[in-house]
Design a protein around this ligand. Structure first.
Ligand code: 2AM
Length: 559
């Protein structure tokens, strides 16, 4: 028998179920979501962790507590695995969500105009649909660790409050957050000092490109990776740039300045070389600089209505430009570094299979160098590696797992790999892995670069794999050997019939490399051949691709 209803109304029992959804391109949001989910469990909640692409949107109405961790990609776009959920929420099909409590952690980069846009969109939309915020959204910059940890603490505290449950363990304090470090595990915040084994230029004499093949030893690190994962690398800033900045500001390079929140100090030269970002100007940085240097003219640049000018000014300029152009002077190194971002690690798609190269990891890195505003500009990490790293040198690294770029579970599944330029890196790992494991599935590689004679990266290896049958076929597009440019997407279109057949046989497609142009054009080419060969409307072809994406048969590692 049921107990009679109590005469006095009880406070509603609030569910301890919490849905944690992530939308992640490089894996940061995913990793944070996993960590949050573990904390929730420790503190007596029942979390369900899922990628947005695996979440069934028609179950959303039943969710009471929703935590979203999502990055922003490209020009303000959602990551691939957030797309379908994003579109659902912003469509007419989205349900009213009065009973929902939610909070959003947005990952992004303040050097992009549409900073954290996807997180902002989710946050706004959930409110529009009737949801109540558990705690305010937090927008994280590239050095996201501290802000993310603070958001998690706040989320946990407000969930406890909402659930009116006794707090298990201590929440909110730094102590609880850092409880899980029993054994040393190398990570983004605790990188492994790896040794460089090889550093070779893959381009031939006379090429206008310089692409380094870097072999790194992971011996003794216990770091594990799989094909498709990335390696995080901590670079150093160019010594000339740092020297000129110190000179321009009349600083003493020995001055001790803080390098983290725990009060650790290092000499200014080292801090500007290894700890702080000096090559990127962002709006928040300029706002802080304006406060630090009143009367410098920076205030005017930030005035309302001048956004476009500001955007044009910060593009391809660095701190040296800023201090010279505005004659900034008169603050100590210590004050100055307080407004800087931490030097973020760079992520590179790993180009080795760990089975083929035990205890090693290989990278394929193109040196970035160009002229802008009358001065030579250098990509921080690629230049550091190309110009300074020699065998035997140490390099701080960590593994960034990327579950969204993985070989099919079934070794018989055919794979189509599209990777012009350094985008070919993970496919060297894929083929190495398929060779080592004796996988039987067909493989097809599309590669492109400027010139056949100087820029055919890893040519000998592809040829060997073609001969051995590890690589079933390869199509190349050398863009500057002919009068008219040919790109990988032209080869895709030429072989559309066969490619469509592979898809119908269950092949998975992988695209790696430049996002803005290449990946976009390749996507359009794929849609075209599906439309043409499948006799589909453009809407149906788009759906076909969306379904492939949903089924993890179309994966991209683009940047
Ligand atoms: P380009 O430099 O001659 O324009 C690797 O960088 C290769 O990608 C180069 O051959 C480059 O050609 C090519 N590339 C440039 N834009 C591209 C695009 N939108 N799609 C595919 N490949 C592109």
């Amino acid at each position: 028998a049921q107990a009679a209803a109590p005469a006095v109304s009880q406070p509603p029992v609030i569910s301890k179920e919490v849905t944690v959804l992530f939308g992640s391109q490089t894996g940061n949001s995913q990793k944070l979501a996993k960590k949050l989910s573990e904390k929730l469990k420790e503190q007596g909640f029942q979390p369900t962790l899922s990628s947005m692409s695996d979440f069934k949107p028609n179950t959303l109405k039943k969710v009471e507590n929703l935590l979203i961790l999502v990055s922003t990609h490209g020009e303000g776009e959602p990551p691939d695995n957030a797309l379908s959920f994003y579109e659902f929420l912003h469509s007419k099909r989205a349900p009213q969500l009065e009973g929902l409590r939610f909070s959003v952690l947005a990952l992004g980069d303040t050097s992009y105009e549409f900073f954290c846009q996807t997180g902002k969109d989710f946050d706004k939309r959930l409110e529009e649909l009737g949801g109540k915020r558990l705690t305010a959204r937090v927008d994280c910059d590239v050095d996201f660790e501290d802000s993310a940890a603070e958001w998690m603490d706040r989320v946990l505290a407000s969930l406890h409050e909402a659930a009116a449950a006794p707090t298990l363990g201590s929440s909110g304090g730094g102590a609880a957050v850092r409880s899980e470090t029993q054994q040393t595990e190398y990570s983004r915040s605790n990188p492994f000092q790896a040794a460089v084994l090889e550093n070779l230029n893959l381009n031939g004499r006379g090429s206008d490109r310089e692409t380094r093949h870097l072999e790194i030893s992971l011996e003794g690190s216990n770091l594990q990776y799989e094909p498709g994962d990335s390696l995080g690398v901590y670079p150093k800033n160019h010594s000339r740039l740092v020297d000129e900045l110190i000179q321009a500001m009349d600083w003493n390079r020995e001055e001790l300045v803080p390098v983290d929140k725990n009060g650790n100090e290092r000499p200014l030269l080292e801090a500007l070389t290894s700890h702080y970002e000096v090559t990127v100007l962002t709006k928040p940085l300029l706002e802080q600089a304006a406060a630090l240097f009143p009367g410098s003219g920076l205030q005017e640049l930030l005035a309302p209505g001048r956004e476009q000018e500001l955007r044009a000014y910060i593009k391809n300029r660095d701190l040296l430009d800023l201090v010279r152009d505005h004659q900034l002077k008169g603050v100590s190194g210590k004050q100055f570094v307080s407004i800087l971002r931490k030097l973020p690690p760079r992520l590179y798609s790993i180009s080795s299979s760990p089975k083929a190269h035990p205890d090693e990891v290989h990278l394929t890195i193109r040196k970035v160098q160009y002229e802008a505003h009358g001065r030579e500009r250098y990509g921080v990490c690629s230049t550091y590696i190309a110009e300074h790293l020699e065998p035997g040198d140490p390099l701080p690294v960590f593994v960034q797992h990327n579950p969204n770029f993985k070989l099919p579970q079934n070794p018989d599944t055919p794979i189509i790999m599209i990777g012009p330029g350094t985008g070919v890196a993970p496919f060297r790992a894929f083929l190495g892995e398929r060779e080592e494991t004796g996988a039987q599935g067909k493989t097809w590689l599309f590669f492109g670069d400027r010139h056949f004679s100087t820029d055919f990266l890893y040519q000998v290896e592809w040829q060997r794999w073609l001969k051995d049958g590890v690589l079933t076929r390869m199509d190349v597009a050398f863009s500057r050997d002919t009068d008219e440019k040919v790109y990988v997407q032209h080869r895709i279109l030429e072989h559309g019939k066969e490619l469509y057949q592979w898809l119908e046989e269950g092949a998975s497609i992988y695209v790696c490399g430049d996002e803005k142009h290449m990946a976009h054009d390749v996507h359009a080419a794929l849609a075209t051949i599906i439309e043409r060969e499948g006799g589909l409307s453009s809407e149906a072809a788009a759906e076909y691709l969306a379904r492939l994406q949903q089924d993890k048969r179309y994966q991209r590692d683009v940047y």
